[in-house]
Every structure is written in C-alpha cells, then in structure tokens.
Ligand binder design. Sequence first.
Ligand code: ADP
Ligand code: MG
Length: 433
Amino acid sequence: PVSVEPQGVRGASSTASIKRSSVVREVERLKEQRERRRAWQAEQRREQSVLMSKDPGNPNWEVALMVRNYRGQLHMNPLRCLSSRGARTQQITVCVRKRPMSRRELQSKAVDIISVPSRSSLIVHELRNKVDLTKFLEHHKFRFDYTFDEQCSNALVYEHTARPLIRTMFEGGNATCFAYGQTGSGKTHTMGGEFCGKVQDCTTGIYALAAQDVFAELEKPKYREMGASVTCSYFEIYGSKVFDLLLPEKPMLRVLEDGRQQVVIVGLTRMPVQKVEDVLAIIEQGNRERTSGQTSVNIKSSRSHAVFQMGLVLPDDTEPCGKCSFVDLAGNERGADTQSANLQTRREGAEINKSLLALKECIRALSRHSSHLPFRGSKLTQVLRDSFIGGEQNKTCMIAMISPGLSSVENTLNTLRYADRVKELVAKDDDLV
Ligand code: ADP
Ligand code: MG
C-alpha cells in the first residue's frame, strides 16, 4: 500500500518529495497496466468460451471444447531438455513423437486430440457416442520411454533416441533405429530432415545428426590409431525386393543366405565416406532415386521401407565390425488396402503388414535374448537379421510417429498399441531381472 500525499505538501521543493511523487506515479501506472491486462485477459477468455461454445463455422466445436476442458486440468510438463547424458541406454527404447497440426488441418479446424503432459506419457482423447447419442471423450493413456510433443525439434528427438546408439557401433555392435507410423505422420521428416515445401533439408534429419556424431567419435585417437573408417549404404525394400538407392536407376539386388544363416545383399554399394558432407551427398542422391518418377513424395515411397546404414570398417576387413541402421518404415495404415479394389495396392498392404508384424516379433526375440529369431518372416527382418541377434551388444530404438488430428484417431491408436506391445515386453523382461 502506498500513501498518496496531499497536493499542498508536494508543492514544497524538497527533492525527497519529488522522488516520492514519481514513485507514486510509477506505482499507479503499473497498477493501471495490471488492471488493463486483467480486463483484457478476462475479455479474451469470455470471447474464447463464446467462440468455442457456438462457433458456427467449426463442425468440431463440441470435441474441441471437451478436449480443452480436459487439458485445462492437466499439469503440463513436457520434455524440453536437450541433454540425454546420464540416462541409461536401454537395449530397447520405444518413443512416440506427435507432429504439429499442418496448415491444412488448422484451416479446416481439425481438432488436436493428443495431449503430451510429460516426458513419458501421452493421452489420446477419442470421441465416442453414448447409447443416447450424446458425445463423450474416452481418454486412452499411454506410457513410453519418451514422448515428444509437437514443439520438440528433430535435434531433441535425436538426442534421446538415436544418439545414445552411436556408441554401440563403435563397440562392435549393431544399433538400429526405426521410424514407425502412418503415412503423413512425420517419419521422413524425422529421419531425413525437415521439409520446406517439397525441398528437404537433409542436415536436420536423424541420418545427418548421426553422421556428425559418428565422425566426432572416429576422430578420437583410439579409432585413428586403429585406422578405422566409415562406409554408407542406402537401400529400399519394396514388397519382397531390395533396391540399391546409391546406384543410378536403383537396380534390384539379390538377398542370399549362406550356410551359417548369414544374410548378404549381393552387390550392395558400400560407399566410403570421410566427412559429414559426403554422407549428406549420399543421402540426397539416395532420396532422389527413391522418389524419382513419382508425382508425389508420398505415393510409392510410403509403400516401401528405406534403410540407411553406416558401418565401421577396420583395415583388412571386408565386412563392417559395427553398424548403425536407420529405417524409415512403410506407412502402417490399413483401411485403404482393404477397401481398395486395386490388387497391387492390396498385395503391397499385405506385404507391409507382414513385415511390420515380423519386425515386432524380432524385437521381442531380441528383448528376450531368445535363440529363436523369426527373421525369415519378411525381407525387412531378413536383411536386418544382424540387428536382432547377438544379445546385449545390439540396441534398438523405435520412434512411433503420430498425427494429431481427430480423423487419424484409428491409425494413431493402432500405432500406439503396436509400440506399446514392443515396450510392454521390455518392461516384463526388466521385471524378471
Ligand atoms: P511420413 O514420412 O510419415 O509419410 P512426412 O515426414 O512426409 O510423413 O511428413 C508429412 C508432412 O508433415 C510433411 O509435410 C512434413 O514436413 C510435416 N511434418 C512432419 N513432422 C513434422 C514436425 N515434427 N514438424 C513440422 N512438420 C512436420
Ligand atoms: Mg515418408
């Protein structure tokens, strides 16, 4: 509380009194400002609630309001910390990344039904109808190793997912990182880099961020003295066929298995690389091959798995002694395949489904250190066989991508349930230890 002096007293020319009066004015100015701000906020809230309760242009106002009300009660503390140091690198890490709403979704007033309250939890608000047809929300809660909301950058996602795996390759193991999810959920954005229109900035993707760390590690005296070097491969699996993305017109390659169950992709390019720029050039070259002849980036590339690999090679060795694989998986959406009359599309869908199921089984086998590895279930798991054997020294990370919109809820729940099953197994195994 500030006492305001009567005018007469202030008339005296003492400097103390002038000072005091300027303090009084300042206090009053601040008070006025505060009141104006409060009034403005109250008005905003009122306007918003009117808008939300009867927004004539928004067919989804009811859901939007329900989600808002629910979120209002949540304590939000999402992941923002860029450092993953100190975190224990688990053998299998399962994370979820929610992409932001696209401009088109915002324009059509699509509703964001995903909440990410903390660094490891996520809620899907599903719209349901009661028997009397009144609408209500069902809140599906999930827990993963990490959950990334729409504000998380590729760099932050990388830090907690693929980065801890880089060491694995230098320790002679196989590290594998999968991007899983429906088409349009952000797999290629995360792995390959951010899009600016149709142009992709490769420097911002997990491939490039990993390459940076690989070369930083390679610089260390230990590896210099060993004369270690790095090679890159980039290939695509479409149906049960493998195509080399680093050769012109991406030739098809044969996959053979020798007597010791070693799987070889015959003639696969292993490009020696000396620096990050070499890797970027390779990624760009591969991406061009991957999407060439397509009218839209997402038509055929979303029906194939892309595998980018870096290998650590010692002098005199022909095979890499450790590997990092990054897999941009084919879209996991169903629906489109079952309704489509196109036989080719249906076959593709069935093949993709088969490979994703086999993948889950193989990660399950890895987490259980099982001697039975069902890698022959698909071409994908066959060529990645090395990733799933060898026990503790191999590490895997799955990033499940989800779209935020109400219209994707079915695919989103499918994606989360798949990821959850992979994690569930891990948790169970951890409990047993
Ligand atoms: P997918 O490979 O899963 O089919 P894309 O990576 O092609 O999906 O992403 C679909 C669209 O969404 C692209 O235009 C992409 O730029 C955008 N997008 C995806 N994830 C993000 C993100 N985290 N931040 C901003 N835009 C994103
Ligand atoms: Mg893609």
